[in-house]
Design a protein around this ligand. Structure first.
Ligand SMILES: Nc1ncnc2c1ncn2[C@@H]1O[C@H](COP(=O)(O)OP(=O)(O)OP(=O)(O)O)[C@@H](O)[C@H]1O
Length: 303
C-alpha cells in the first residue's frame, strides 16, 4: 500500500503538489490522470523516493519512500524519458537492472521482446520513440518488483501495441498481484485498465477512488413526463432527489441522480412518468458527475 498524506511540493514559486492525500491499495492498477503540469510526474518521483516533499509524508508499506534503501528494491520507476547508457541495448540495460532488482528475469525480457519483434541486441538509441517505450515497459514488467510506477505509459504506442501492453500488464497483475501506478493525460488510456483513478489538477487532487464502485451510487435515468410535470420536473425532482445533472431535450428528461436506485425509481414513479428507464453511465459521465460544482474545467482529460 502506498499512503500519500497531505503532500505538498514547491519548486520556487510553483506549487507542484498542494496538500495531496490518498491511498493506493496493494494489488491494484491505479491511474493518475491530469493535464500538462498537473503534478503527476512530481508525485511519481516522490513515490519513487527520488524527490523529497516540503510537507506531508509518503509511505510505501509503512516505510518512508524518500531515499530509503529498505524500499528501493520493492519498486521500479519508469519515467517518461528513461535514461540508458550510450549504445546500450535491452540486453545491456537488463543486465544493469539485474544488479538492482534480484527478481529481474532476462528470459522474460527476451520472450516479451520477441513477441513484440524487438531486437534485444540492437542499441536503444536506434529505436523509435514507441519502440523505446515498449522496450522499457517490458524491462519494467520483468523486474518483478512489488510496485511499478510508470509515467505516460502508453504515450507514443500505436493502438495494437497499446492493447498488447495492457494485456501484459493485466496478466502480470493477475498472476503476481503487483501494484501498478500509471500516469496519463487522457481517461481513455486508463479506463478498462485501471481499477482506481485519481485526478490531479494544478497540483491539487480533485478525486480519487474506485470509479466503477461509485457507479453503484449514481444513476442516469431517461424519463418522459406529461404536460405540467414536464414543465416542473426540475423543481419537483430537486426537492426529493439528489439531482446532479438535469437536462431536457424535446419530450425527454435526462437525470443523473445520487442515491439508492430503488428509492430513486420509487420517487420518480410517484410523478407518474409516461416512461422511465435507466441508462448505463460511461466512466467519463461518472467523473463529470462526481466533480459537478467543484469549479474545475476538467474536460481536457476526456478528449
Ligand atoms: N524540477 C522542476 N523545477 C521547477 N518546476 C518544476 C520541476 N518539476 C516540475 N515542475 C513544475 O511543477 C508542476 C508540475 O509538473 P509535473 O511535471 O509534475 O506535471 P505533470 O502532470 O507530470 O505534467 P506533464 O503531463 O506535462 O508531464 C509544473 O508547473 C512544472 O513546471
Amino acid at each position: 500500500m502506498i499512503e500519500i498524506r497531505h503532500v505538498t511540493k514547491h519548486f520556487d514559486s510553483i506549487t507542484a503538489l498542494n496538500d495531496v492525500t490518498f491511498t493506493i491499495p496493494k494489488g491494484r492498477i491505479f491511474g493518475l490522470l491530469g493535464t500538462n503540469g498537473a503534478g503527476k510526474s512530481t508525485l511519481l518521483r516522490a513515490m519513487a523516493g527520488i524527490l523529497s516533499c516540503d510537507e506531508g509524508e509518503l509511505l510505501i508499506d509503512g516505510e518512508a519512500c524518500y531515499d530509503n534503501p529498505k524500499v528501493k528494491e520493492s519498486f521500479f520507476y519508469l519515467p517518461d524519458d528513461p535514461y540508458y547508457f550510450p549504445n546500450a541495448s535491452m540486453e545491456v540495460m537488463t543486465d544493469f537492472y539485474r544488479r538492482q532488482y534480484k527478481g529481474m528475469s532476462a528470459e522474460a525480457v527476451g520472450y516479451m521482446a520477441e513477441r513484440l519483434e524487438l531486437d534485444t541486441r540492437r542499441p536503444l538509441r536506434t529505436f523509435s520513440k514507441g519502440m523505446k517505450r515498449q522496450a522499457f515497459l517490458i524491462m519494467a514488467l520483468c523486474a518483478n518488483t512489488d510496485y511499478l510506477l510508470c509515467d505516460e505509459v502508453f504515450d507514443g504506442l500505436d493502438p495494437v501495441v497499446t492493447e498488447v501492453m495492457k494485456k501484459l500488464f493485466l496478466r502480470e497483475m493477475e498472476e503476481q498481484s503487483r501494484t501498478v501506478v500509471v500516469a496519463a493525460h487522457k481517461l481513455k488510456d486508463l479506463e478498462e485498465f485501471c481499477q482506481d483513478i485519481a485526478i490531479l489538477h494544478k497540483g491539487g487532487m480533485l478525486l480519487a477512488g474506485d470509479m466503477r464502485r461509485r457507479a453503484g451510487e449514481i444513476y442516469k435515468l431517461q424519463c418522459v413526463f406529461d404536460g405540467e410535470m414536464h414543465e416542473k420536473a426540475q423543481e419537483y425532482l430537486n426537492v426529493c432527489l439528489d439531482v446532479v445533472r438535469f437536462r431536457q431535450e424535446g419530450y425527454f428528461t435526462t437525470l443523473i441522480v445520487r442515491g439508492e436506485k430503488e428509492k430513486i425509481l420509487e420517487q420518480i414513479q410517484r410523478e407518474n412518468p409516461v416512461f422511465c428507464r435507466e441508462v448505463p453511465m460511461t466512466l467519463q459521465e461518472i467523473f463529470l458527475a462526481e466533480m459537478e460544482g467543484n469549479g474545475y474545467d476538467v474536460s481536457k482529460v476526456f478528449q
